[in-house]
Design a protein around this ligand. Sequence first.
Ligand code: G3P
Ligand code: MG
Length: 228
Amino acid sequence: MTSKSLIYGHRGVPVKFPENSLAGFAYAISQHIDGLEFDVHLTKDHIPVIMHDEKINRTTDGMGAIADYTFAEIRQFTLANGEPVPSLAEFLELVSGEPVHLNLEFKTDKHYYQGIERIVLGMIRQTDLVYPVVFSSFNLKSLQRGHDLDPTQKYAFLSSARIGDPEGFAATEHLEGLHLEHYQTMHHVAERVWTVDDPDELRQLFDKQVSAVITDNFELARDVRAAV
Ligand code: G3P
Ligand code: MG
């Protein structure tokens, strides 16, 4: 039996390239990865950029909060491979027309970027994408705002806790899926599980045919899936 579960690269391919780097995304696409998960914030002048943390300290040669820099200012800082902080526009140019599933995470749980959903959805709608984007967030309000702006897109709540009635919750909140840190069985809601790097855990999830796993090492996950 071949598992139908898709494999998404968590922040690209962090085992080989800086996380959330264009180099990592480009490599993954060249290797025909199923999907990419990436994180989006807004600069001070409302330009979407791709990074995990709210501050640039850990992943660039600079310091400070993304929200305190203009796009021109933040572009002076580089990732460990020398590339500037990627913009969403650059990322969309890279993936345009490519058969890759996208999971765009609104990073609005620690700092809320006013207007991020409208700006990002506008850019997505202008891009030639092969598959609908799955928008995820730990902040349910971002998903509600996204759904209000464009109900045709997919919205999935990132949960690190068990939800009592996952299907009822998803229906009430207009969610297409739940992205789970801890797996719980559902049947009508898409289940994408993060961040899974252990071969035994991957095997179990592929056996269960979850909708997707989100992993730091897509090549390892692909080997495991091929053997299921
Ligand atoms: O989407 C799964 C995962 O990316 C959520 O956590 O902190 O890695 O963005 P985090
Ligand atoms: Mg993320």
